[in-house]
Design a protein around this ligand. Sequence first.
Ligand SMILES: Nc1ncnc2c1ncn2[C@@H]1O[C@H](COP(=O)(O)OP(=O)(O)OP(=O)(O)O)[C@@H](O)[C@H]1O
Length: 911
Amino acid sequence: MLQQVNGHSSGSDAHGGESLREDLQEFLGGEAPLHQLDDLTKVNPVTLETVLRCLQARYTADTFYTNAGCTLVALNPFKPIPQLYSPELMQEYHAAPQPQKLKPHIFTVGEQTYRSVKSLIEPVNQSVVVSGESGAGKTWTSRCLMKFYAVVAASPTSWENHKIAERIEQRILNSNPVMEAFGNACTLRNNNSSRFGKFIQLQLNRQLMGSSLLVPRAQQMTGAAVQTYLLEKTRVACQASSERNFHIFYQICKGASADERLQWHLPEGAAFSWLPNPERTLEEDCFEVTREAMLLLGIDAPTQNNIFQALAGLLHLGNTRFADSEDEAQPCPLMDGAECSVRTSASLLRLPEDPLLETLRIRTIRAGRRQQVFRKPCSRAECDTRRDCLAKLVYARLFDWLVSVINSSICADPDSWTTFIGLLDVYGFESFPTNSLEQLCINYANEKLQQHFVAHYLRAQQEEYTAEGLEWSTVSYQDNQTCLDLIEGSPISICSLINEDPIPPELTRLLQQSQDPLLKVLFPADPEEKSQEEPSGQSRAPVLTVVSKFKASLEQLLQVLHSTTPHYIRCIKPNSQGRAQMFHQEEVLSQLEACGLVETIHISAAGFPIRVSHRNFLERYELLRRLCPGAAASPHGPPPDEGRSEWSPHSEQATLQALLQDILHTLPALARAPAEATPAPVHCGRTKVFMTDSTLELLERGRAQVLEQCARCIQGGWRRHRGRKQERQRRAAVLIQAAVRSWLTRKHIQRLHAAATVIKRAWQEWRIRMAFLASEELDGVEEQHSSQVTCSPSSFPLPQAQTRLLGAVTRFWPLGLVLANAAVGACGFRRKLVVFACLPLPVGSLSSYTVQTAQEQAGVTSIRALPQVSRVTGWPSCQDGSRSLTPHRGGQGAEPRGHSRSRTGAVRRAS
Ligand SMILES: Nc1ncnc2c1ncn2[C@@H]1O[C@H](COP(=O)(O)OP(=O)(O)OP(=O)(O)O)[C@@H](O)[C@H]1O
């Protein structure tokens, strides 16, 4: 059976969810299917209850993402759903023409930020603020978004660039396991709770895909930078019951090899007071994954070894226990077995043992004008605090150093990127039975972010509507400014009243004495620091407390957020047990109230999320006036230009309004469905046009339509121009060809004429000569004949054929000679036929003649057609052979060189 997950079908079995779904439908009593509402602004009426029921219906239907106006609500499924985050789905959202039309998803937010950063002519940095309480799914969401950007922001330009981008993306993804190992811990609310806040800046470059501005730009991830906020370092030395220390401590204790255990003094099964609940094994206890990721980030094996050795030193330091001192003037003694721990710790941290003990147990006080030094033994509680402080100091510096190493590995050259997408993942609201300063800071950060949301979205939007003259009934919302004033206000606030016990300077000095290469890097001997810590006169530098540092970093973060276009993802935790298919209404309700979701939906539902200045609106949509036949030619003219002095503010405003109205009047024409033809929610304010997503979509559709028409028009014009040009070229070519051909023909004909003239002349000469020769020969024959007739007329009667042959020979034999000797033409029997045709011989007597041509006689051009009188006519053969009818051999006999006459009238010529 097909199952729907977040509206996406999956092939898995859906039996589990089926009964719950039926229950819910029964409960809803035939109301509209709430789980089908992708946007909470469509819930009617928008109340906490209806919103809650809609979210519950969707959760039961395995639909975990829902739009709430400008915010995406993400319900934690608490179960793995691989198909919901598959690369194929990422590509689907990336390739969609309108991703907001697809099912709500974090990929929609990812794609929208990616497109906004990419497509605008003036790049605007984007930020995604992921908020929610601990365990709601913020880190998961940020991680998925990073993977999404890694997939979609791969460079298509070249193979090399692609490889570089892939390497950087891999490093960015590799930073997650390292930061989670050192910065996450198992808490009551979340097995993998981030104990620090982070803002990841994904740096993108901008590459034009073509020379034209219209060609989409490629946006390639060139690097990233991580900014962390307030690591909960207290956890190093103090963990609530049922909670754990940072994952990395468990990883080294469980994953170290035998050699490493020996080197780090971590025997199997050793108990450490700072390592509670070691028997609990989590999937986060994966030492190898952390090591691998560190290696890929450039932290080599010896450095890693150094880090883990220092961490082991901290664990041994935690086992250093002090007893109460009987004499206040004496330092607190160590408890049994603690000496060994101190020694091991000192050796692992490569600190001198005695100064370590002394620093932990004796406070140095400087007082008086001369800064006299007093040494005062600490109480047992103070000793514990100093020990914890030392560990926290080392761990916090180590964490900061790791972040700086990660940054140096993934951060791009400032010149190589132009825009960024920021991902903010900060710890959610926390309230424990006993809260420390860190909980105050965490909740302070959340209040600050909520205030940013209120300021950016709720207040600013409503104030803008009023200023722009829109008819708007103000929605009341919960403004947390008073809460913030209480924490950070001046002159009196919680921050100003907290006088936190700053880090004792002797601890830092002690750590500066370490011979450990890592600690030397973490605690360099800084003369400036020294002079600050030991001021000689009155001018003391203001002491930087944890709260003041945190406040400053928060201010900086908010400045960055203000300079970007923010997008909000609210993660909601459906139950505190972390179980799938369980929706606790009470718990969800309190989260919805805390983030002011209902107010957000109210404003989003009634408001105009899209605001565009008049000028930008005109620049982008003025072409839509082409769709209105009358408007394009209206007298409003072009939009006002700042440089033109003749425009008065009034006329400019009037013209602008008229132009805007022209454009807005095209909207009904753009609607495809009748439902779209209803008046579009759009309003012209004093300086901006306000509209909804659907109106923007209509306008964009119209713009695309007009651009397409323009493109077609340009294409048509270009094709016509090209056709005309090709036709001209074709005609020119034909003309040239005709001229050349006629010239060649003329030449050829001239040559033929010349040749014909030559032939004609030669032929005439030759004919005359032959006629002369023939007449001579015939004269001779006639003489013979008359003499033969005279001798024996009865014995040799001259047959009719003979008479015809003689006539033919006389008239046509020259032609026969020419044809038979032609270089090309008839040969063999056909040649004979030609000769016979030229010498019209009797057809029935072909075999009575022998035709001999020059080709048959080397070197002689002649033809002989000798009547075989003896066989055909019964003439007696001549005795001397001079009248023989057998073929004549060229060169035979005693004929003279050159022309000679034969007795048959044929001519032969020596070649
Ligand atoms: N989309 C999700 N799909 C599946 N499981 C999820 C999803 N989101 C969160 N989870 C589960 O919820 C747990 C808590 O999520 P996550 O660590 O992201 O919470 P968080 O809000 O970052 O908490 P914290 O503020 O304590 O760091 C995760 O370990 C994971 O098991």
